[in-house]
Design a binder for this molecule. Structure first.
Ligand code: CAA
Length: 380
């Protein structure tokens, strides 16, 4: 077993760490407060190759492995989970799905824009009445020969107003249930496509989350991804990889909070000594450190599985379940270690605590991960 990173992976990790410190940290509190999308920062991440990390260089991607992607997600998320979710959705849910299942024409048309940051993407599966129960799609894509007519509403869509390219899941043949679902590529500005109001969220407030409305949107057949009826499998396969990205995000949030708490505990004095000298604080730090390392091992394992063509449904689900759970626990403890200061925005840990919560919800709630895990272990 080799636990060391390659030289290239180490350099990428350092580049992400530097970028997060120098470019994301300065405006992160303000963006959170004002719910401001990190437009300039996303542009720079495109230049650094963070938006199409695993995509073949012939489509403008960085051609790297999943572990490199996970390392970048972890470093960005230590500082700014609003920015890292943009990276995660673009890489795992949009670029990966398009590169793996798209036609050559689709890849040439869309991937190059998505990998360079010229455009970002959104993945549109959830609906007002179809969140965890993803097969219950009410959005319809009616087959009209050479095109589909798309009608319906999508909810809680990350990059909702900032995206240019949307992958939309919709029901074509209700009789066929999940086997009658399709995935379609829609561009911003398509006639009948409206962006709904922005959600006012607890966390990741710098990322823009919207509902989307489709009213008789005409979508050419060449914009369908995969065979007719492949849409649900497309969503499931894509989300399986997406969960590794969100697990890495949760890991980064936890590690970021821990690093702040560790530093603070060595500076803050109470009862005549640094608070890290009090066992009540030292034991919290010991638990946090252990949990983070355990989560990191799960996340890296899932990335390794994906890179080595092993099944990663199970390892990705376990990584997301555990990393998101400890992200919540660790950030709450980091606030506690900071005491009154932890409740104040300047110290960052309250934001990390708010940001951690979504990692237990999006790309499959913790309960959905337990369905995936239990089905996997019970079938063997
Ligand atoms: N890979 C390939 N195929 C898969 C699959 C996978 N990982 N998981 C399921 N499938 C296939 C099954 O094989 C089955 O196909 P066949 O009948 O042809 O064999 C089909 O999909 C239906 O599977 P199930 O019967 O298992 O379906 P289910 O209704 O029981 O649901 C579920 C399974 C795992 C609960 C699924 O509905 C699910 O993952 N729900 C959560 C959805 C989710 O994660 N939403 C997040 C929204 S996206 C988001 O958050 C993005 C963002 O912006 C950040």
């Amino acid at each position: 077993m080799n636990f060391s990173l390659s030289e290239e992976q180490g350099l990428i990790q350092q580049a992400a760490r530097d970028f997060a410190q120098n470019e994301l940290l300065p405006g992160v509190i303000e963006r959170d407060e004002k719910q401001e999308f990190p437009t300039e920062e996303v542009k720079k991440m495109g230049e650094l190759g963070f938006l199409g990390m695993m995509v073949d260089p012939k489509y403008g991607g960085s051609g790297l492995d999943t572990l490199s992607y996970v390392l970048v997600m972890e470093e960005l998320s230590k500082i700014d989970a609003s920015s890292s979710v943009i990276v995660s959705v673009n890489n795992s849910l949009v670029c990966w799905g398009l590169e793996t299942f798209g036609t050559e024409a689709q890849k040439e048309k869309y991937l190059t824009r998505l990998t360079t940051g010229e455009a970002i993407g959104a993945f549109c599966l959830s609906e007002p009445e179809a969140g965890s129960d993803a097969t219950s799609q009410k959005t319809t894509a009616i087959d009209k020969g050479d095109h589909y007519i798309l009608n319906g509403t999508k909810n809680w869509i990350t990059n909702g107003s900032s995206a240019e390219i949307y992958l939309v899941i919709a029901q074509t043949d209700k009789e066929k249930k999940h086997r009658g679902i399709n995935a379609l590529i829609i561009e911003k500005g398509a006639e009948g496509f409206e962006i709904g109001p922005k959600e006012n969220k607890l966390g990741i407030r710098g990322s823009d989350t919207h509902s989307l409305v489709f009213n008789d949107v005409k979508v050419p057949k060449e914009n369908r991804i995969g065979e007719d009826g492949f849409g649900f499998k497309f969503a499931m396969k894509t989300l399986a990889g997406g969960r590794i990205g969100i697990a890495a995000q949760a890991l980064g949030i936890a590690a970021g909070a821990y690093e702040l708490a560790l530093k603070y505990s060595k500076e803050r004095k109470a009862f005549g000594t640094e608070i890290s000298n009090h066992q009540a604080i030292a034991f919290k730090l010991a638990d946090m450190h252990t949990q983070i390392q355990a989560a990191r091992n799960l996340v890296y394992q899932a990335a390794w599985d994906k890179d080595n063509d092993e099944d990663y449904d199970l390892s990705g689900a376990m990584a997301k379940l555990y990393a998101s759970q400890i992200a919540m626990e660790t950030t709450v403890e980091a606030v506690q270690i900071h005491g009154g200061n932890g409740f104040v925005k300047d110290y960052h840990v309250e934001r990390l605590m708010r940001d951690a919560k979504i990692t237990q919800i999006y790309e499959g709630t913790s309960e959905i991960q337990k369905i995936v895990i239990s089905r996997s272990i019970l079938k063997t």
